[in-house]
Design a protein around this ligand. Structure first.
Ligand code: DOR
Length: 425
């Protein structure tokens, strides 16, 4: 017997046209069978009423830290994939700063195999740019790619040697995969915990200044230009940084970039609370920088929202700011907080936000996003009006280091369809 669902009356985001309109969508045996204005349900159809809800292709996250292997107490591939699904992500890229790092074909193959076994959000490995993430010797990109690696990155650290970075871009360019740079010049950030600003002066904390990002992006763009290869700038945060990317793109240099929900919604004044959940690398910036990111979303300089989901244990995060590790989790909350913060507040259109969660990130790693008859079901239903609390009960991650933890949120992913599998939340 076939399994049939009818999602009725939802506002459907059609990625090919980047348009939204009301439609019924029928899913039969894991494929989109029919799309129409009014579809009459056949017998044995499970009906999902989606009036005033959104139906979109599943989101893609270019940047998630899952802690397997090494720190499975804070996140596993399985718990991360659940958190992803609950946030509407059907594909996530796993950053390689695990212990050991994803720097061999075997490590990458392990992630792909585990992802297939789990059958949850698809996990695509990002391989380390250099062996042991030490910044010295590049890894075997051809072998990593063979095992399913979609990009290389030493995320967490900038590649200090320009010569190594040049070679990385040359090799990755030959294989058609991007090099993702963590753009912070380390000497300028030594011991730094927050942005350099009036707030850091007041708090007397060590800084990670905006110029560290600018210096790093400038060098990496020069190398992308000289090699003709694809550079992707991770978690961009500064007004100057986006301006550099904008200018490079206008010259035809292959540079793409992403922004996180926290850098789009929060600024460095959050640190006045001394709450280490606001400690992230790169740090939260000034409101001027934040507004420059919003402009860059609108003019297409930034292609993707990326969560930089970074789980850490409570006891580590509860240390003082200098000692607490940097990062916050974000897979489960990204769409909710950005919908309310950017779409409902009228800053950007829903079509743009959905592009930044789907076709935008897909274009960075050469993936395709479809919502049409006969394509595999890869969909999520989001209710922008639903209210929920992000707490121990609803949280699917093994960690809870998020400034939104314990808060009431608006907008919730209710269903995810992934081939023949259906998940409700
Ligand atoms: O805040 C961050 N946390 N930034 C990074 O680049 C790494 C990440 C982590 O792995 O915890």
């Amino acid at each position: 017997m076939s399994t049939r669902f009818l999602i009725r009356g939802g506002y459907v985001f059609f990625p090919e046209e980047e348009a939204m309109r009301r439609a019924d969508v029928e899913i039969t045996d894991g494929r989109i069978a029919r799309i129409g204005e009014t579809i009459h349900a056949e017998a044995d159809t499970r009906i999902i009423e989606a009036q005033d809800k959104l139906l979109s292709p599943g989101s893609i996250d270019l940047h998630a830290h899952l802690r397997e292997p090494g720190r499975e107490d804070t996140e596993t591939l399985e718990s991360g994939a659940w958190a992803a699904l609950a946030g509407g992500f059907t594909t996530i890229c796993a950053m390689p700063n695990t212990q050991p790092p994803t720097d061999t074909r075997e490590q990458a193959a392990f992630i792909r195999k585990r992802s297939d076994e789990l059958g949850l959000a698809r996990i695509l490995p990002v391989g380390a740019t250099t062996k042991g993430r030490a910044g010295e010797e590049i890894t075997e990109y051809a072998l990593l790619k063979e095992a399913g690696t979609v990009a290389v990155s030493d995320d967490g650290d900038w590649i200090y040697s320009a010569e190594v970075m040049r070679r990385a871009l040359e090799y990755a360019g030959m294989l058609g995969i991007p090099v993702i740079t963590h753009a912070e010049e380390p000497n300028l950030c030594a011991e730094g915990v927050m942005n350099e600003s009036a707030v850091s002066a007041r708090l007397g904390l060590n800084v990670r200044p905006a110029v560290a990002e600018e210096v790093a992006i400038q060098r990496d763009i020069a190398l992308a230009s000289c090699t003709g290869s694809h550079l992707h700038v991770a978690h961009i945060t500064t007004a100057r940084g986006v301006e550099l990317v904008r200018q490079a793109r206008a010259k035809g240099i292959k540079v793409t970039t992403e922004a996180t929900p926290h850098h789009l919604l929060l600024n460095d004044e959050a640190l006045l609370s001394f709450d280490a959940n606001y400690k992230v690398n790169p740090p939260l910036r000034t409101d001027e920088d934040r507004k420059a990111l919003l402009e860059a979303l609108k003019d297409g300089t930034i292609q993707a929202i990326a969560t930089d989901h970074a789980p850490h244990a409570i006891e580590e995060k509860e240390q003082e700011l200098d000692l607490a590790p940097a990062g916050m989790i974000g897979l489960q909350t990204a769409l909710s907080v950005l919908w309310e913060g950017l779409v409902e507040s009228g800053i950007i259109k829903p079509e743009l936000l959905l592009r930044l969660f789907t076709t935008g990130p897909a274009s960075v790693i050469g993936e395709k996003v479809e919502l049409k008859e006969d394509s595999p079901a890869n969909l999520m239903v989001f209710d922008p009006a639903a209210r929920w609390t992000f707490d121990a009960e609803s949280n699917r991650s093994l960690s809870q280091n998020s400034p939104w933890f314990g808060k009431k949120l608006k907008g919730k992913v209710e269903h995810v369809f992934l081939g023949e599998r259906h998940f409700s939340f």
